[in-house]
Design a protein around this ligand. Structure first.
Ligand SMILES: [Zn+2]
Length: 430
Protein backbone atom coordinates (compact mmCIF):
# COMPACT_ATOMS: atom_id res chain seq x y z
CA UNK A 1 0.00 0.00 0.00
CA UNK A 2 1.30 3.38 -0.91
CA UNK A 3 0.19 6.57 0.70
CA UNK A 4 1.29 10.14 0.47
CA UNK A 5 2.29 11.44 3.85
CA UNK A 6 4.73 14.29 3.60
CA UNK A 7 2.45 17.19 4.11
CA UNK A 8 2.13 19.81 6.76
CA UNK A 9 -1.07 18.76 8.39
CA UNK A 10 -1.59 21.90 10.37
CA UNK A 11 -1.63 23.69 7.04
CA UNK A 12 -4.25 21.23 5.86
CA UNK A 13 -6.55 22.34 8.61
CA UNK A 14 -5.88 25.97 7.84
CA UNK A 15 -6.77 25.22 4.24
CA UNK A 16 -9.86 23.45 5.46
CA UNK A 17 -10.81 26.45 7.54
CA UNK A 18 -10.36 28.69 4.54
CA UNK A 19 -12.26 26.20 2.42
CA UNK A 20 -15.29 26.48 4.66
CA UNK A 21 -15.34 30.18 3.99
CA UNK A 22 -14.50 29.88 0.31
CA UNK A 23 -16.93 27.03 -0.29
CA UNK A 24 -19.65 29.19 1.13
CA UNK A 25 -18.60 31.86 -1.30
CA UNK A 26 -18.38 29.39 -4.18
CA UNK A 27 -21.84 28.10 -3.36
CA UNK A 28 -23.40 31.52 -3.39
CA UNK A 29 -24.53 33.32 -6.48
CA UNK A 30 -22.18 36.20 -5.80
CA UNK A 31 -18.46 35.53 -5.63
CA UNK A 32 -17.06 38.84 -6.81
CA UNK A 33 -14.22 38.95 -4.35
CA UNK A 34 -12.62 35.77 -5.66
CA UNK A 35 -13.25 36.59 -9.29
CA UNK A 36 -11.96 40.10 -9.00
CA UNK A 37 -8.81 39.10 -7.19
CA UNK A 38 -8.21 36.15 -9.48
CA UNK A 39 -8.65 33.69 -6.61
CA UNK A 40 -11.24 31.53 -8.33
CA UNK A 41 -8.46 29.00 -8.99
CA UNK A 42 -7.77 28.85 -5.28
CA UNK A 43 -11.44 28.27 -4.81
CA UNK A 44 -11.34 25.17 -7.04
CA UNK A 45 -8.22 23.82 -5.38
CA UNK A 46 -9.51 24.21 -1.90
CA UNK A 47 -12.76 22.59 -2.88
CA UNK A 48 -10.95 19.39 -3.77
CA UNK A 49 -8.81 19.53 -0.64
CA UNK A 50 -11.86 20.20 1.43
CA UNK A 51 -13.78 17.30 -0.04
CA UNK A 52 -11.22 14.88 1.39
CA UNK A 53 -11.34 16.49 4.78
CA UNK A 54 -15.08 17.00 4.78
CA UNK A 55 -15.80 13.32 4.37
CA UNK A 56 -14.42 12.72 7.86
CA UNK A 57 -16.03 15.71 9.45
CA UNK A 58 -19.53 16.49 10.65
CA UNK A 59 -21.71 18.64 8.48
CA UNK A 60 -20.08 21.90 7.60
CA UNK A 61 -22.94 23.62 5.89
CA UNK A 62 -23.33 25.65 9.03
CA UNK A 63 -20.45 28.09 8.95
CA UNK A 64 -21.34 29.70 12.24
CA UNK A 65 -18.47 31.03 14.29
CA UNK A 66 -18.83 28.22 16.82
CA UNK A 67 -18.49 25.52 14.17
CA UNK A 68 -15.38 26.94 12.56
CA UNK A 69 -13.77 27.43 15.95
CA UNK A 70 -14.32 23.78 16.78
CA UNK A 71 -12.74 22.65 13.54
CA UNK A 72 -9.68 24.85 13.89
CA UNK A 73 -8.85 23.29 17.27
CA UNK A 74 -7.90 20.09 15.46
CA UNK A 75 -4.22 19.71 14.79
CA UNK A 76 -1.88 16.91 13.91
CA UNK A 77 1.51 16.08 15.37
CA UNK A 78 3.99 13.95 13.46
CA UNK A 79 6.52 11.68 15.13
CA UNK A 80 9.52 10.28 13.29
CA UNK A 81 12.16 7.97 14.67
CA UNK A 82 15.22 6.24 13.28
CA UNK A 83 16.98 3.20 14.71
CA UNK A 84 20.47 2.49 15.95
CA UNK A 85 23.09 5.15 15.27
CA UNK A 86 25.81 2.50 15.36
CA UNK A 87 29.11 4.23 14.84
CA UNK A 88 31.62 1.75 13.54
CA UNK A 89 35.09 3.18 12.93
CA UNK A 90 34.53 3.51 9.18
CA UNK A 91 31.75 5.97 9.99
CA UNK A 92 33.84 7.76 12.62
CA UNK A 93 36.59 8.19 10.01
CA UNK A 94 34.12 9.43 7.41
CA UNK A 95 33.57 12.47 9.62
CA UNK A 96 37.24 13.37 9.92
CA UNK A 97 37.96 16.63 8.11
CA UNK A 98 41.19 17.65 6.38
CA UNK A 99 42.04 19.98 9.26
CA UNK A 100 41.74 17.12 11.77
CA UNK A 101 38.37 18.19 13.17
CA UNK A 102 35.22 16.04 13.04
CA UNK A 103 31.87 16.78 11.47
CA UNK A 104 28.91 14.38 11.21
CA UNK A 105 26.28 16.50 9.49
CA UNK A 106 26.41 14.03 6.57
CA UNK A 107 24.80 11.35 8.71
CA UNK A 108 21.41 13.01 8.45
CA UNK A 109 21.38 14.39 4.92
CA UNK A 110 19.25 11.45 3.72
CA UNK A 111 16.38 12.21 6.10
CA UNK A 112 16.14 16.01 6.04
CA UNK A 113 12.58 15.91 4.66
CA UNK A 114 11.36 13.78 7.56
CA UNK A 115 13.14 15.99 10.07
CA UNK A 116 11.57 19.06 8.49
CA UNK A 117 8.05 17.65 8.60
CA UNK A 118 7.90 16.04 12.03
CA UNK A 119 7.51 17.71 15.39
CA UNK A 120 8.82 14.80 17.47
CA UNK A 121 12.19 13.60 16.10
CA UNK A 122 13.81 10.64 17.79
CA UNK A 123 17.02 8.68 17.32
CA UNK A 124 18.52 5.72 19.14
CA UNK A 125 22.11 6.67 19.94
CA UNK A 126 23.50 3.16 20.27
CA UNK A 127 27.02 4.18 21.24
CA UNK A 128 28.16 6.38 24.09
CA UNK A 129 29.83 9.80 23.99
CA UNK A 130 32.27 8.77 26.68
CA UNK A 131 34.63 11.66 26.09
CA UNK A 132 36.86 12.36 23.10
CA UNK A 133 39.93 12.30 25.37
CA UNK A 134 39.48 8.52 25.73
CA UNK A 135 40.01 8.08 22.00
CA UNK A 136 37.40 6.70 19.60
CA UNK A 137 36.63 3.01 19.31
CA UNK A 138 34.30 0.69 17.46
CA UNK A 139 33.13 -2.84 18.17
CA UNK A 140 33.07 -4.33 20.76
CA UNK A 141 33.46 -1.42 23.24
CA UNK A 142 32.45 1.74 21.41
CA UNK A 143 33.34 5.33 22.17
CA UNK A 144 31.97 7.88 19.71
CA UNK A 145 32.87 11.52 19.02
CA UNK A 146 30.74 14.13 20.77
CA UNK A 147 30.62 15.84 17.37
CA UNK A 148 28.03 13.19 16.43
CA UNK A 149 25.82 14.59 19.18
CA UNK A 150 26.37 18.11 17.82
CA UNK A 151 25.22 16.89 14.40
CA UNK A 152 22.14 15.23 15.94
CA UNK A 153 21.15 18.55 17.47
CA UNK A 154 21.91 20.51 14.30
CA UNK A 155 19.79 18.07 12.28
CA UNK A 156 16.84 18.91 14.51
CA UNK A 157 16.33 15.81 16.63
CA UNK A 158 14.66 16.63 19.93
CA UNK A 159 14.72 13.19 21.57
CA UNK A 160 17.85 11.03 21.92
CA UNK A 161 17.63 7.51 23.34
CA UNK A 162 20.69 6.24 25.17
CA UNK A 163 19.60 3.03 26.91
CA UNK A 164 21.51 0.49 24.85
CA UNK A 165 23.74 -2.49 25.50
CA UNK A 166 26.67 -0.18 24.67
CA UNK A 167 25.76 2.58 27.15
CA UNK A 168 28.28 1.26 29.67
CA UNK A 169 31.03 0.42 27.16
CA UNK A 170 33.19 3.06 28.83
CA UNK A 171 31.89 2.22 32.28
CA UNK A 172 30.16 4.67 34.59
CA UNK A 173 32.64 7.43 33.76
CA UNK A 174 31.80 7.31 30.07
CA UNK A 175 28.08 7.18 30.76
CA UNK A 176 28.24 10.19 33.07
CA UNK A 177 30.41 12.09 30.60
CA UNK A 178 27.65 11.58 28.07
CA UNK A 179 25.01 12.81 30.53
CA UNK A 180 27.10 15.93 31.20
CA UNK A 181 27.76 16.49 27.50
CA UNK A 182 24.03 16.72 26.78
CA UNK A 183 23.43 19.41 29.42
CA UNK A 184 24.61 22.06 26.94
CA UNK A 185 21.53 21.18 24.84
CA UNK A 186 18.59 21.50 27.24
CA UNK A 187 16.23 21.67 24.26
CA UNK A 188 16.97 17.99 23.55
CA UNK A 189 15.25 15.36 25.67
CA UNK A 190 17.69 12.63 26.71
CA UNK A 191 16.26 9.34 27.89
CA UNK A 192 17.65 6.00 29.10
CA UNK A 193 20.67 7.32 31.01
CA UNK A 194 20.79 9.94 33.70
CA UNK A 195 22.46 11.28 36.81
CA UNK A 196 21.90 9.99 40.33
CA UNK A 197 18.31 10.15 41.50
CA UNK A 198 16.90 11.57 38.26
CA UNK A 199 13.57 10.24 37.01
CA UNK A 200 13.57 8.00 33.93
CA UNK A 201 10.32 9.68 32.85
CA UNK A 202 10.82 12.63 30.51
CA UNK A 203 7.99 14.69 29.09
CA UNK A 204 8.13 16.43 25.74
CA UNK A 205 5.37 18.98 25.22
CA UNK A 206 4.34 19.70 21.64
CA UNK A 207 1.49 22.11 20.96
CA UNK A 208 0.17 21.63 24.46
CA UNK A 209 0.21 17.83 24.29
CA UNK A 210 2.44 16.01 26.76
CA UNK A 211 4.34 13.02 25.39
CA UNK A 212 6.07 10.89 28.03
CA UNK A 213 9.09 9.11 26.60
CA UNK A 214 10.66 6.12 28.34
CA UNK A 215 13.70 4.14 27.21
CA UNK A 216 15.10 0.88 28.59
CA UNK A 217 17.76 -1.65 27.61
CA UNK A 218 17.72 -5.39 28.22
CA UNK A 219 21.20 -4.99 29.71
CA UNK A 220 24.69 -3.56 29.29
CA UNK A 221 26.28 -6.46 27.34
CA UNK A 222 26.96 -8.31 30.57
CA UNK A 223 25.30 -11.16 32.43
CA UNK A 224 25.23 -9.08 35.59
CA UNK A 225 24.29 -5.47 36.17
CA UNK A 226 27.37 -3.55 37.41
CA UNK A 227 26.61 -1.98 40.78
CA UNK A 228 28.14 1.32 39.64
CA UNK A 229 25.72 1.69 36.73
CA UNK A 230 22.57 1.02 38.78
CA UNK A 231 20.35 4.07 38.86
CA UNK A 232 22.04 5.56 35.78
CA UNK A 233 20.96 3.13 33.04
CA UNK A 234 17.26 2.29 32.74
CA UNK A 235 16.84 -1.46 32.66
CA UNK A 236 14.21 -3.40 30.73
CA UNK A 237 15.01 -6.76 32.32
CA UNK A 238 14.85 -7.58 35.99
CA UNK A 239 18.04 -8.30 37.93
CA UNK A 240 18.93 -9.60 41.35
CA UNK A 241 19.49 -6.68 43.70
CA UNK A 242 22.28 -8.51 45.52
CA UNK A 243 24.19 -10.38 42.81
CA UNK A 244 23.19 -8.15 39.90
CA UNK A 245 22.42 -11.23 37.77
CA UNK A 246 20.07 -10.24 34.97
CA UNK A 247 16.95 -12.29 34.24
CA UNK A 248 16.48 -11.72 30.50
CA UNK A 249 13.07 -13.39 30.53
CA UNK A 250 11.45 -11.08 33.09
CA UNK A 251 10.43 -7.47 32.65
CA UNK A 252 11.79 -5.19 35.35
CA UNK A 253 8.83 -4.17 37.54
CA UNK A 254 10.08 -0.57 37.47
CA UNK A 255 9.17 -0.39 33.76
CA UNK A 256 5.50 -1.00 34.49
CA UNK A 257 5.55 1.39 37.44
CA UNK A 258 7.09 4.09 35.25
CA UNK A 259 4.50 3.55 32.52
CA UNK A 260 1.66 3.83 35.04
CA UNK A 261 3.16 7.03 36.44
CA UNK A 262 3.78 8.43 32.97
CA UNK A 263 0.14 7.74 32.10
CA UNK A 264 -0.87 10.05 34.93
CA UNK A 265 1.55 12.77 33.86
CA UNK A 266 1.15 12.78 30.09
CA UNK A 267 -1.37 12.51 27.27
CA UNK A 268 0.64 9.94 25.30
CA UNK A 269 3.10 7.36 26.62
CA UNK A 270 5.89 6.25 24.28
CA UNK A 271 8.10 3.37 25.43
CA UNK A 272 11.33 2.57 23.60
CA UNK A 273 12.78 -0.81 24.57
CA UNK A 274 16.25 -1.89 23.42
CA UNK A 275 15.56 -5.60 23.06
CA UNK A 276 15.22 -8.66 20.86
CA UNK A 277 17.37 -11.22 19.12
CA UNK A 278 20.07 -9.87 16.83
CA UNK A 279 19.71 -10.54 13.08
CA UNK A 280 16.19 -11.95 13.53
CA UNK A 281 13.31 -10.31 11.68
CA UNK A 282 10.66 -11.88 13.89
CA UNK A 283 10.05 -10.65 17.42
CA UNK A 284 10.95 -13.12 20.14
CA UNK A 285 8.41 -14.51 22.59
CA UNK A 286 9.88 -12.18 25.22
CA UNK A 287 9.49 -9.11 23.06
CA UNK A 288 5.86 -10.05 22.49
CA UNK A 289 5.28 -10.75 26.17
CA UNK A 290 6.96 -7.51 27.29
CA UNK A 291 5.04 -5.50 24.67
CA UNK A 292 1.75 -6.90 25.95
CA UNK A 293 2.68 -6.08 29.55
CA UNK A 294 3.63 -2.54 28.54
CA UNK A 295 0.35 -2.14 26.66
CA UNK A 296 -1.64 -3.34 29.67
CA UNK A 297 0.24 -0.85 31.84
CA UNK A 298 -0.67 2.05 29.56
CA UNK A 299 1.88 2.37 26.76
CA UNK A 300 0.33 3.97 23.66
CA UNK A 301 3.33 3.52 21.38
CA UNK A 302 6.23 1.08 21.63
CA UNK A 303 9.25 1.58 19.39
CA UNK A 304 12.00 -1.01 19.67
CA UNK A 305 15.64 -1.06 18.63
CA UNK A 306 18.70 -3.33 18.85
CA UNK A 307 18.33 -6.43 16.58
CA UNK A 308 20.34 -4.71 13.74
CA UNK A 309 17.55 -5.71 11.37
CA UNK A 310 13.96 -4.63 10.93
CA UNK A 311 11.05 -6.36 12.60
CA UNK A 312 7.30 -5.95 12.05
CA UNK A 313 4.87 -3.29 13.20
CA UNK A 314 1.60 -4.32 14.78
CA UNK A 315 -1.25 -3.13 16.95
CA UNK A 316 -1.31 -4.85 20.32
CA UNK A 317 -4.60 -5.28 22.14
CA UNK A 318 -4.49 -6.01 25.85
CA UNK A 319 -7.26 -7.78 27.73
CA UNK A 320 -7.97 -4.67 29.78
CA UNK A 321 -8.88 -2.86 26.55
CA UNK A 322 -5.63 -0.93 26.16
CA UNK A 323 -4.18 -0.71 22.69
CA UNK A 324 -0.65 0.17 21.56
CA UNK A 325 1.12 0.51 18.25
CA UNK A 326 4.32 -1.53 18.42
CA UNK A 327 7.36 -1.25 16.16
CA UNK A 328 9.47 -4.22 17.26
CA UNK A 329 12.68 -3.01 15.59
CA UNK A 330 13.66 -0.20 13.23
CA UNK A 331 17.04 -1.75 12.37
CA UNK A 332 20.32 0.15 12.29
CA UNK A 333 20.13 3.77 11.24
CA UNK A 334 23.77 3.63 10.16
CA UNK A 335 26.39 0.91 10.50
CA UNK A 336 29.06 -0.83 8.46
CA UNK A 337 27.85 -4.30 9.29
CA UNK A 338 28.50 -7.06 6.79
CA UNK A 339 25.07 -8.69 6.46
CA UNK A 340 22.86 -7.37 3.64
CA UNK A 341 19.77 -7.60 5.86
CA UNK A 342 21.40 -5.07 8.23
CA UNK A 343 21.32 -2.46 5.45
CA UNK A 344 17.51 -2.35 5.42
CA UNK A 345 16.01 -0.02 7.99
CA UNK A 346 12.92 2.00 8.76
CA UNK A 347 11.92 5.51 9.65
CA UNK A 348 8.94 5.14 11.97
CA UNK A 349 6.25 7.69 11.13
CA UNK A 350 3.27 8.30 13.39
CA UNK A 351 0.50 10.80 12.80
CA UNK A 352 -1.21 11.91 16.01
CA UNK A 353 -4.53 13.66 15.59
CA UNK A 354 -5.42 16.04 18.38
CA UNK A 355 -9.06 16.93 19.00
CA UNK A 356 -11.00 18.11 22.00
CA UNK A 357 -11.73 14.46 22.80
CA UNK A 358 -8.03 13.65 23.04
CA UNK A 359 -5.16 12.29 20.99
CA UNK A 360 -5.52 9.44 18.53
CA UNK A 361 -3.26 7.84 15.94
CA UNK A 362 -4.38 8.29 12.35
CA UNK A 363 -3.78 4.81 11.05
CA UNK A 364 -3.75 5.59 7.33
CA UNK A 365 -0.92 8.11 7.80
CA UNK A 366 1.13 5.94 10.14
CA UNK A 367 3.70 3.29 9.37
CA UNK A 368 7.28 3.09 8.15
CA UNK A 369 9.39 4.52 5.37
CA UNK A 370 11.83 1.73 4.43
CA UNK A 371 15.39 3.00 3.93
CA UNK A 372 18.77 1.62 2.91
CA UNK A 373 22.10 2.36 4.60
CA UNK A 374 24.74 2.78 1.92
CA UNK A 375 28.46 2.62 2.53
CA UNK A 376 31.44 2.43 0.24
CA UNK A 377 34.62 0.41 0.67
CA UNK A 378 38.32 0.74 0.03
CA UNK A 379 38.42 2.27 2.63
CA UNK A 380 35.06 1.80 4.30
CA UNK A 381 33.15 5.09 4.47
CA UNK A 382 29.50 5.92 5.06
CA UNK A 383 27.78 7.47 2.07
CA UNK A 384 24.21 8.14 3.22
CA UNK A 385 20.82 6.57 3.85
CA UNK A 386 18.32 6.40 1.00
CA UNK A 387 14.62 5.79 0.70
CA UNK A 388 14.18 2.22 -0.51
CA UNK A 389 11.67 3.42 -3.09
CA UNK A 390 14.38 5.65 -4.60
CA UNK A 391 17.32 3.28 -4.18
CA UNK A 392 18.49 1.89 -7.52
CA UNK A 393 19.89 -1.45 -8.62
CA UNK A 394 23.09 0.35 -9.61
CA UNK A 395 23.45 1.71 -6.10
CA UNK A 396 22.93 -1.75 -4.62
CA UNK A 397 25.63 -3.14 -6.92
CA UNK A 398 28.08 -0.43 -5.88
CA UNK A 399 27.51 -0.99 -2.12
CA UNK A 400 30.75 -1.43 -0.17
CA UNK A 401 29.39 -4.56 1.47
CA UNK A 402 30.58 -6.56 -1.56
CA UNK A 403 34.27 -5.95 -0.99
CA UNK A 404 34.09 -5.37 2.79
CA UNK A 405 31.68 -8.16 3.69
CA UNK A 406 32.23 -10.42 0.70
CA UNK A 407 28.54 -10.52 -0.14
CA UNK A 408 26.48 -8.64 -2.71
CA UNK A 409 23.53 -6.45 -1.79
CA UNK A 410 20.62 -7.74 -3.84
CA UNK A 411 18.18 -4.95 -4.77
CA UNK A 412 15.29 -7.39 -5.24
CA UNK A 413 15.89 -8.97 -1.85
CA UNK A 414 15.70 -5.56 -0.17
CA UNK A 415 12.27 -5.05 -1.73
CA UNK A 416 11.15 -8.54 -0.69
CA UNK A 417 12.34 -8.15 2.90
CA UNK A 418 10.62 -4.80 3.23
CA UNK A 419 7.32 -6.20 1.96
CA UNK A 420 7.55 -9.34 4.09
CA UNK A 421 8.39 -7.54 7.31
CA UNK A 422 6.32 -4.36 7.04
CA UNK A 423 3.44 -5.37 4.78
CA UNK A 424 0.64 -2.84 4.92
CA UNK A 425 2.62 -0.47 7.13
CA UNK A 426 4.85 0.69 4.27
CA UNK A 427 4.41 4.38 3.49
CA UNK A 428 5.54 6.21 0.38
CA UNK A 429 6.61 9.76 -0.36
CA UNK A 430 5.15 9.47 -3.87
ZN1 LIG B 1 22.04 -2.66 20.80
Amino acid sequence: MSKKILKQNIKVYLIWFLAVIILTACGSTEIPVYQETGKNVVCEETQSTASVQLSEEPTVSDTSELNTEEETTETEIQLMMVGDNLLHMGIVRTGKQSDGSYNYDFLFEGITDFLAEAEIKMINQETIFGGNALGFSGYPAFNSPTEVGDAIVKAGFNVVLHASNHAADKNLGGLLHCVEYWKQYPEVTIVGIHGEGESPIRILTIEGIDFAILNYTYGPNLETMPASVKGHLDMLCDYDEVTGKINFTKLHPQVLEDIAEAKELADVVIVCPHWGTEYTTKPSAYQQQFALQMTEAGADVIIGTHPHVVQPVEWIEAQNGNRALCYYSLGNYVSTQKKPLCMLEAVAWINFKVTEEGVTITEEDTGVFPMVCHYTAGPVRLDSVYLLEEYTEEQAQSHGILSYGGVALDWGELQDWSREVFGEFVLSVE
